[in-house]
Write a protein that binds this ligand. Structure first.
Ligand code: ATP
Ligand code: MN
Length: 446
């Protein structure tokens, strides 16, 4: 396919091209005022667009009088159009500046409510404006690369992208994090309400869809009412999930490893500038090599206890445990064979039935879990037994049990938290810094 030319690409030059020395003698740029100061006859206006920032000097002697007056008057975030000559100047940020011959203010901004050193809370309240910050722009570019890399990797392996519903009545990750939704039916005179949950994972739907397509993936939000406030939990997060028929846990783990390596190399080749801007130590990412180390849950218990924890079989690993385990690691770490209680749909390990044929993948440098996955119980009888064992009611899993009755097969899958992955790759100290509008128990605005 021939792609059309992007509109106006001839007329306006992206700032990055000028900084790379690719521009002609005279350029036009458009963007927003990032910083500004002026003396008697010179205005220094730093302009930003989506690609970078550049210093522009507007001299009273070189532009029309109104242009100069406007350049002095315009506050930060005013939108502007500018024409001038790019000049190499080591004193300017990025090594280039533009000497303006024309300076047009498209829209004069009011006083911008965000200045330096604002509290996190203020930045969250003004998220609709903070999205213009260079930090957010850098993180969101990296995020976009991660989405594309995930899609490309599985599409290349011939997996089909599908969608599952967000309204559901089946829980798969435990009732404590379910969001309930009530729906008024206006046609119902009795004022009857219908109840649903918001999806925690596509898991059960994936298993149904898999029987037709065999190898599938999705990219969608999942919803969990996370009561504990941590730096890695959102109530609405982006979940990249995969399910595959005839595939065993260890095979899925190998494919996942390839996926993580592909995501890392995509970010390294596309987002070096953004990683640098965020202060990320790039060599750490460059040195990640497959295969990743693997430990059984039981071994991890012993290791943690030797580090001073007091854990017994069945305990969950939270942030503290995973941080201790991964903060000195250079590469991601797989943990396998979690205790049976972790989930009713994972298959118990025939060689060690108190544990499951499943895995988590933990990111290094203290980040911890980014993937949870495993092989599913495929026998219908065993599934009913597992549901009962976990104190759940098989009746409420009607259609899910149905799909096992017609030619069941071994199958495996996983869920990758996109936001957590981006947070790790960016070296961010909180997941909220890498999603445009973070949602937590206490924040649904802006
Ligand atoms: P945790 O124990 O850290 O809460 P989990 O075991 O509940 O994670 P899974 O159910 O295995 O997570 O979900 C798969 C992946 O989805 C996780 O590895 C993680 O990357 C991501 N994830 C889960 N819950 C959240 C959340 N609340 N916010 C952001 N990402 C999440
Ligand atoms: Mn959780």
């Amino acid at each position: 396919m021939e792609y059309p030319e992007f509109p106006n690409s001839e007329e306006y030059t992206p700032i990055q091209e000028i900084l790379q020395g690719k521009a002609k003698d005279s350029v036009r740029i458009r963007g927003w005022i990032y910083r500004t100061r002026s003396s008697g006859k010179l205005a220094f206006v730093v302009v930003r667009d989506s690609t970078g920032i550049i210093q522009c000097t507007v001299s009273r002697e070189k532009v029309e009088e109104t242009d100069f007056a406007n350049a002095r008057k315009a506050l930060i975030e005013s939108s502007i159009l500018l024409e001038g000559e790019p000049v190499k100047d080591d004193r300017a940020p990025g090594g280039w500046e533009i000497r303006a011959s024309k300076f047009e203010v498209f829209h004069f901004a009011e006083t911008f409510p965000i200045t330096k050193d604002q509290s996190d809370e203020h930045l969250l309240n003004n998220r609709h404006l903070w999205l213009r910050s260079r930090n957010m722009v850098a993180a969101l570019k990296i995020r976009s690369t991660v989405f594309k890399a995930f899609r490309d990797y599985w599409t290349e392996l011939d997996f089909t992208e599908i969608q599952s519903p967000s309204f559901t009545t089946s829980a798969c990750e435990g009732g404590s994090t379910l969001f309930n939704v009530s729906i008024d039916d206006e046609n119902e005179k009795s004022g009857q309400k219908f109840y649903a949950h918001l999806s925690q994972s596509w898991q059960l739907y994936a298993e149904a869809t898999m029987f037709g397509l065999e190898n599938i993936f999705t990219l969608a939000p999942s919803f969990r009412a996370e009561k504990s406030r941590t730096r890695r939990h959102l109530t609405e997060f982006w979940h990249a999930e995969v399910e595959s028929a005839w595939l065993h846990n260890h095979q899925m783990m190998n494919l996942e490893e390839g996926m993580i390596m592909h995501i890392i190399s995509s970010v390294l080749s596309k987002n070096r500038a953004e990683l640098e801007f965020l202060g990320r130590d790039i060599s750490v990412l460059e040195n990640i090599k497959a295969p990743f180390d693997k430990m059984k849950y039981e071994e991890v218990l012993d290791k943690l206890n030797s580090m001073g924890f007091d854990l017994v079989w069945g305990d969950d690993f939270g942030y503290k445990e995973e941080k201790a385990l991964t903060q000195d690691l250079k590469t991601p770490l797989y943990i396998t064979n979690f205790p049976k209680e972790k989930g009713f749909y994972h298959r118990p390990d025939p060689s060690d039935p108190k544990s499951l044929v499943c895995h988590d993948l933990l990111a290094p440098e203290g980040y911890g879990e980014i993937i949870g996955g495993g092989e599913r119980v495929w026998s219908p009888d065993e599934l009913v037994e597992r549901i009962r064992e976990e104190g759940l009611d098989p009746e409420s899993y009607g259609w899910y049990l149905d799909i096992r009755k017609f030619g069941s097969v071994p199958h495996s899958g996983f869920g990758l938290g996109i936001d957590r992955t981006v947070s790790w790759l960016c070296g961010s100290d909180h997941i909220k810094h890498v999603i445009p509008f973070p949602r937590t128990m206490r924040r649904t605005t802006p």
